[in-house]
Write a protein that binds this ligand. Structure first.
Ligand SMILES: Cc1cc2nc3c(=O)[nH]c(=O)nc-3n(C[C@H](O)[C@H](O)[C@H](O)COP(=O)(O)OP(=O)(O)OC[C@H]3O[C@@H](n4cnc5c(N)ncnc54)[C@H](O)[C@@H]3O)c2cc1C
Length: 425
């Protein structure tokens, strides 16, 4: 039985921008609201670590608002199971924690998409956002030669950040080709034009090539150089780090496990951000990759809707629709090109947890067979890295999600099994 103090009218999973906005809107109803996040601090991918020294006035404002509001923050708790409707299990450093709720808002965000190419597992090759996170937690970058590659606007944000940390950013290699028409379309979103101009200024002096991607990375024990392709031309660049990511993938595992339906790989929601499961709402990147501003607006709508403040939710619909159109443009612009499917060679590792090569994986028509024969996707990350890559490379459809949603300590599972046996007796 969970502690009655751990039961909330509204429980938000995820303390990123969408979760913060949802909790603050819900809290205006006077109900008991909590945010649970697996990280020690609030802020999600973009504002993590900003609590003591916010990177932007916007981050400062949202983090200050949530700190002074009546919102409980349950930190370092990873939600992995729902034994019954209204009750969640989360793993913490101290062990298992039970959390009760009346309404649930999922704001589980997104992660980077990685695509395998020869040498992508070498030390020195990292995700673009991953390298940024390492630098934020202290990895020195001064004078390091870095290539930022892959696709999506995150590459620009990361390159600008690394340059500010005195790194020597040699090149941004963007696989997409339609950046000029993307730039020209921005007149419909004035705030985005302002951001683009600011980024362009910050990136002054860094070479930026479109239609360009990394074919392979080389080095004995760590990265020494990469081979790039631009049209018919290939050439090598010596570098210390390659920051490489292919846009983002929504984190939908928790939603799928709770029975929420997906539409084209993202959580399906109605105009009030309600999922197909009564009482469960979803906001932010899990409903589709759309960026910070859309996450904030969706979060507010979900928070208002979950607490019957429907008028306040409706007042934000027009803003959300406009930002949604920007998200659609973003996803069309940074769609992956087919040539990337030819990057992995037979001996390229695709599942890095279980060391499964591309040749071994591609023998199978779908996930289940590959899992049974090779353990592909069965390691510690549970297919969170190789899953989206193999969906793109081999068109494998994701498998059903079973508890625990994420790997947890055996001790916590044993306690679950113990309580189930007690219940049956
Ligand atoms: C690696 C990375 C770096 C990024 N860097 C930038 C950047 O520099 N600039 C920029 O403009 N945009 C950046 N983005 C995009 C930006 O994060 C999003 O646009 C926006 O922040 C999304 O907000 P969100 O609340 O939907 O998700 P997120 O910010 O991702 O927050 C989701 C939160 O939910 C938590 N969570 C998920 N599942 C569970 C669970 N089961 N139990 C407990 N907690 C859970 C996650 O740990 C996370 O803290 C980045 C994205 C990624 C993936």
């Amino acid at each position: 039985m969970n502690n009655p103090g751990d039961t909330y009218d509204v429980l938000v999973i995820g303390g990123g921008p969408a979760g913060l906005a949802a909790a603050l809107s819900a809290q205006q109803s006077g109900l008991r609201v909590a945010i649970v996040d697996d990280n020690p601090g609030l802020g999600g991918q973009i504002w993590r670590g900003d609590q003591h020294k916010p990177g932007t006035p916007e981050a400062a404002q949202w983090l200050r608002r949530v700190a002074t509001a009546q919102v409980k923050f349950i930190s370092g708790a990873y939600v992995y199971e729902q034994p019954e409707p209204g009750l969640l299990l989360a793993e913490t450093f101290e062990g298992r924690r039970e959390l009760g709720y009346q309404k649930l808002i999922l704001a589980t965000g997104a992660r980077e998409r990685f695509l395998p190419f020869p040498g992508w597992t070498l030390p020195g090759v990292a995700g673009a956002g991953g390298l940024q996170a390492l630098v934020k937690s202290g990895l020195p970058m001064a004078g390091k030669k870095i290539v930022v590659a892959g696709t999506g606007p995150l590459l620009l944000a990361v390159a600008a950040y690394l340059q500010k940390q005195s790194a020597n950013v040699l090149l941004i290699a963007e696989q997409a080709s339609q950046l000029l028409s993307f730039g020209l379309s921005l007149w419909r979103w004035p705030s985005k034009i302002f951001q683009a101009i600011q980024l362009k200024r910050e990136l002054a002096g860094i070479r930026h090539l479109t239609n360009c991607w990394v074919e392979s990375a080389h080095g004995d024990n760590r990265l020494q150089r990469i081979t790039l392709r631009h049209g018919q031309k290939t050439w090598d660049v010596a570098c210390d780090y390659l920051a490489c990511g292919f846009h983002l993938v929504p984190n939908v595992e928790v939603a799928v496990f709770f029975g929420c339906e997906l539409q084209e790989g993202v959580v399906q929601v109605d105009e009030l951000q309600a999922t197909t499961v009564p009482g469960i709402y979803c906001a932010g990147e899990a409903t589709g990759i759309g960026g910070l501003e859309l996450s904030l607006v969706e979060g507010q709508i979900a928070g208002f809707a979950a607490t019957n403040q429907v008028q306040q939710a409706r007042a934000l619909f027009a803003e959300r629709d406009k930002l949604q159109q920007f998200a659609n443009l973003l996803n069309r612009t940074f769609a992956l090109r087919d040539e990337l499917k030819r990057l992995p060679q037979p001996d390229t590792i695709v599942c890095r947890c279980e060391d499964v090569s591309f040749a071994r994986a591609e023998k199978y028509p779908e996930w289940r067979a590959a899992k049974l024969h090779t353990r592909c996707g069965m390691g510690p990350c549970q297919g969170r890295i190789c899953g989206p890559a193999l969906e793109f490379l081999l068109h494998w459809q994701p498998e059903s999600v079973r508890p625990p949603v994420f790997p947890v300590k055996v001790g916590n599972l044993i306690r679950d099994a113990g309580s189930l046996i007690e219940q049956e007796q």
